[in-house]
Design a protein around this ligand. Structure first.
Ligand code: UD1
Length: 341
C-alpha cells in the first residue's frame, strides 16, 4: 500500500514543491489550502509536473469542522503542516490573527490526528527561533532566543506544542524542520514563489524588480559587522528543502528516529550576504536589478546560518543545488509568470 500524506498549505511556496517531491518519491498526497496567500494555479502546477490527479480540498485549518471532514474522507498516516502566516511585520500589527492562524490551527490538527489515529507530523519551523545566535553556525542545540515578533513566537510555541503532544501520545512522532531562507523555484518554472502584494522577502523582491514591477530594491543596511556590511543568511533551494520533508516523513514511517520528537536545521551551511545575492542574481541571469542602500530593517539579525551536520548525517539529507541554479530558477519562474521572453 502507498503511504499517504496530508499537506496543509500545499498550494503555498514550500508546500507545492514538497507535494511534487512526495509524489515523485511514490507517496499519495492530499493538498489542503485556504488560498490566503496562494491560488489554484499552484495545485495545477503540481498536477502538471507530476502527472498525478492530486486531490485538493479548499479548507481553513482554523476550522475543526472543515478539517475533520478531510480526516474522514481520506486515509493518511502523516501530515506536513505548512499552513501558516509568515509576515513578521504583519504579526506585530495583528498578533491575535497570528496566534489563531499559526497556533490555533496547529492544535486543531494535532487533536484530529490523535482522534483519527494519524501518527506522524512534520512541522515547518524556522531559523527565526535562534534570533541572533551568540555562536555561528547555529546547531540544533543553539539556545533559542526570546522571539522578537509574534510570528517568531508562534514558531517556538508550535515546536513546544509538538514536543509535548508527541510525548503524551503513544505512537505519535514529530519532526520540526528549522528552515533557513527558502528561495528559488521548480526547474519546470510551473511552480514558484508568488507572494500577494509587495514582497517582504529578498528574492521575490529581486525578481519583481528585475521584471520591472518594482522600481528598485532597498538593501536594508550596509553597516553590519560582516565582510561587505550587508546581512548574512543561509539561502536554501526550495526543491532541496522539499526533499528534506520526504526524508523526514520516511524516517517516521520507518521508525528510524532516535527520539519521538526531533529537530533538524535545513540549510546549506554557507553564509551569503545580501549584496552577494543581488550580484549573483544579476550575473547568472544577465539582468539588471537596480538597488539602493537604505537603513537597517527593524528586527533583522546581522547574520545567521546553519550547522547542517545533523541533517547530513542523521537524516541523510544534504543541499545539492548551487546558488547559481537556484537564482536562475527563481528568474525563469518570474519571467513565466510575467510573460517575459
Ligand atoms: C524573514 C523573517 C523570518 C521568516 C522568513 C520567511 C525577519 C527578521 N525574519 O527572514 O522570521 O522565517 O522571513 O518568511 O523578517 N532584505 C533587503 N531588502 C528587501 C528584503 C530583504 O535588503 O527588500 C534583506 C534583509 O535585511 C535580510 C535578507 O535580505 O538581511 C533576507 O531577508 P528576508 O528574505 O526577508 O528573510 P529574513 O529576514 O532572513
Amino acid at each position: 500500500m502507498k503511504n499517504s500524506v496530508l499537506v496543509t498549505g500545499g498550494a503555498g511556496f514550500i508546500g507545492s514543491h514538497t507535494a511534487v517531491e512526495l509524489i515523485n518519491a511514490g507517496f499519495d498526497v492530499i493538498i489542503v489550502d485556504n488560498f490566503s496567500n496562494s491560488d489554484m494555479a499552484a495545485v495545477e502546477g503540481v498536477r502538471t509536473i507530476t502527472g498525478a490527479d492530486v486531490p485538493f480540498e479548499k479548507a481553513d485549518c482554523n476550522s475543526r469542522e472543515e478539517l475533520e471532514k478531510i480526516f474522514k474522507k481520506y486515509k493518511f498516516d502523516s501530515v506536513i503542516h505548512f499552513a501558516a502566516s509568515k509576515a513578521v511585520g504583519e504579526s506585530v500589527e495583528k498578533p491575535l490573527m497570528y496566534y489563531r492562524n499559526n497556533v490555533g490551527s496547529f492544535v486543531n490538527i494535532l487533536e484530529l490526528m490523535n482522534k483519527h489515529g494519524v501518527s506522524n507530523m512534520v512541522f515547518s519551523s524556522s531559523a527565526t527561533v535562534y534570533g541572533q545566535p551568540d555562536v555561528l553556525p547555529a546547531t540544533e542545540q543553539t539556545p533559542r532566543k526570546p522571539a522578537t515578533s509574534p510570528y517568531g513566537n508562534t514558531k517556538q510555541i508550535c515546536e513546544d506544542i509538538l514536543r509535548d503532544s508527541v510525548a503524551a501520545c503513544e505512537g505519535m512522532k514529530g519532526i520540526a524542520l528549522r528552515y533557513f531562507n527558502p528561495i528559488g523555484a521548480h526547474p519546470s518554472a510551473l511552480i514558484g514563489e508568488l507572494p500577494k502584494g509587495v514582497p517582504n522577502n529578498l528574492v521575490p523582491f529581486i525578481t519583481q524588480t528585475a521584471a520591472g514591477i518594482r522600481k528598485e530594491l532597498s538593501v536594508f543596511g550596509d553597516d553590519y559587522n560582516t565582510p561587505d556590511g550587508s546581512c548574512l543568511r543561509d539561502y536554501i533551494d526550495v526543491v532541496d528543502l522539499a526533499k528534506a520533508h520526504v526524508v523526514a516523513v520516511r524516517r517516521m514511517i520507518e521508525n528510524k528516529g532516535k527520539a519521538k520528537y526531533e529537530i533538524f536545521n535545513i540549510g546549506t551551511g554557507v553564509p551569503v550576504s545580501v549584496l552577494e545575492l543581488v550580484n549573483t542574481f544579476q550575473k547568472v541571469n544577465n539582468v539588471k536589478v537596480p538597488y539602493k542602500i537604505v537603513g537597517r530593517r527593524q528586527g533583522d539579525v546581522e547574520a545567521v546560518w546553519a550547522d547542517t551536520k545533523l541533517a547530513n548525517t542523521e537524516l541523510g539529507w544534504k543541499a545539492e543545488r548551487s546558488l547559481d541554479e537556484t537564482l536562475a530558477a527563481a528568474w525563469s519562474w518570474e519571467k513565466r509568470v510575467r510573460n517575459i521572453k
